[in-house]
Design a protein around this ligand. Structure first.
Ligand SMILES: Cc1cc2nc3c(=O)[nH]c(=O)nc-3n(C[C@H](O)[C@H](O)[C@H](O)COP(=O)(O)OP(=O)(O)OC[C@H]3O[C@@H](n4cnc5c(N)ncnc54)[C@H](O)[C@@H]3O)c2cc1C
Length: 367
């Protein structure tokens, strides 16, 4: 089989590794428009089970990545300057570049080396392959090769992704307000030396603050001022930290002809549930499995991939949508007192009902 994988993010790298590991004779060409050490953002978090989904079938990758992760068992919500700790809500995190480097090494261990600095823009090229795996992210160009029933719906809030040298003890959600309106920061350490600091606000606050005409450096200074208490004298660090609206990407068709979508090209999941990277990797696992099982029937393999994976994805996407909508209305929720606010926060995705929460977070519920 002659396979083209477009994009060497988590989805493309992991698919290539798995496919080559199981079928060494397949020709797998991976192209990536960026150099190997380029990345946006700082860290990524994985919710509760972290990389457990890899452990059974791929202990080598699990063992390669897990030692580099920061892990903690509680989550903190800070509102009106009052920290409320929600025990038992575990997360782990890793720098995105570190993660991609490790995934590049895993791919290299089975002989897959992406062609970096190579961008696919001529869709005519795709016909030369038995299979094209579009792992080219939320702004996928490969999706234009056919009608996948794509919709991209931006959420209302504006966010920007920064880092900081302040090391936070747990994943923390901090909510503050100034004369322009309310702000929220998602912050967590992703290495012993660095934390990720994503901050967001609603569109009205964004306009009042004048971000539309502010440079990246001025935005950074503004963020440092708003979150002065949280940062405790540490600076923010930028890396293409431009303001964006989170795009909810959906496709009614997952494959067409010889092209299949995986990862963010297929669907995005709001970053507040820490699942985008995991979903991308699980797509890769499901696709590789289906192709290996239906080796000479690519059409059947793609249909089986979609049938098996869609119900699982739909559940997570529903949770991500509910969480994204909660964030879009966080200024309203901020009228609640800190504990009620934390309760509203933890219930936002609809995945943890009160009975389950009592089991997971007994101290928080008793409090
Ligand atoms: C602010 C923010 C915070 C996030 N935080 C988290 C988090 O904490 N945890 C989490 O799990 N997820 C998080 N995510 C989501 C996560 O980043 C994505 O879900 C994940 O990276 C998807 O992987 P992917 O491989 O599908 O796509 P991507 O990581 O986007 O990779 C796609 C690759 O394709 C390449 N490419 C694109 N077009 C072409 C082309 N034409 N030719 C060649 N190459 C091309 C790109 O350069 C890129 O390297 C966050 C996202 C955002 C925006």
């Amino acid at each position: 089989m002659n396979v083209l994988v477009v994009g060497a993010g988590p989805a493309g790298l992991y698919f290539s590794y798995l496919a080559r590991r199981q079928r060494p004779r397949w020709r797998i060409r991976v192209v990536e428009q960026n150099p190997p050490d380029a990345t946006f953002g700082f860290g990524v978090v994985f919710s509760d089970r972290a990389l457990e989904f890899l452990r059974g079938d791929d202990p080598q990758t699990y063992d390669a990545i897990t030692p580099h992760m920061e892990q903690w068992t509680d989550l903190t919500v800070v509102h009106r300057g009052t920290p409320v700790v929600i025990d038992g809500i575990g997360f782990s995190a890793i720098g995105r570049l570190k993660f991609l480097r490790l995934m590049q090494q895993r791919a290299a261990s089975v002989g897959v080396v992406p062609e970096f600095n190579t961008r696919i823009s001529d869709l005519g090229e795709l016909k030369h392959y038995d299979l094209v795996v579009a792992a080219d992210g939320a702004n996928s160009v490969i999706r234009e090769a056919a009608d996948f029933g794509t919709t991209i719906t931006p959420l209302g809030n504006k966010f920007a992704w920064f880092g900081t040298t302040k090391i936070f003890p747990t994943l923390t959600q901090t909510f503050v307000e100034n004369e322009h309106g309310p702000f929220n920061a998602h912050h967590y350490r992703h290495s012993p030396e660095m934390s990720t600091f994503v901050f967001e606000c609603d569109a009205a606050t964004w306009h009042r603050a004048g971000f539309a005409s502010m440079s990246e450096a001025d935005t950074l200074s503004y963020g440092e001022e708003v979150f002065k208490e949280t940062l405790g004298g540490h600076r923010l660090v930028s890396n293409k930290s431009v303001w964006r609206n989170f795009p909810n990407v959906r496709n009614t068709r997952w494959h067409a002809g010889n092209v299949v979508l995986i990862g963010d090209a297929l669907r995005s999941a709001h970053f507040s549930i820490g699942s985008g990277t995991r979903l991308a990797m699980e797509d890769a696992i499901a696709l590789a499995k289906s192709l290996v099982r239906n080796e000479n029937e690519t059409g059947e393999a793609l249909a089986a991939f979609e049938a098996a994976r869609m119900p699982i994805v739909e559940k997570l996407v529903a949770a991500a949508d509910a969480s994204g909508n909660w964030y879009d209305r966080f200024p309203e929720h901020m009228r609640l007192a800190p504990r009620d606010f934390a309760w509203s926060y933890i219930q936002r995705s609809g995945r943890i009902d009160p009975a389950r929460l009592r089991k997971i977070s007994p101290k928080f519920v008793d409090g």
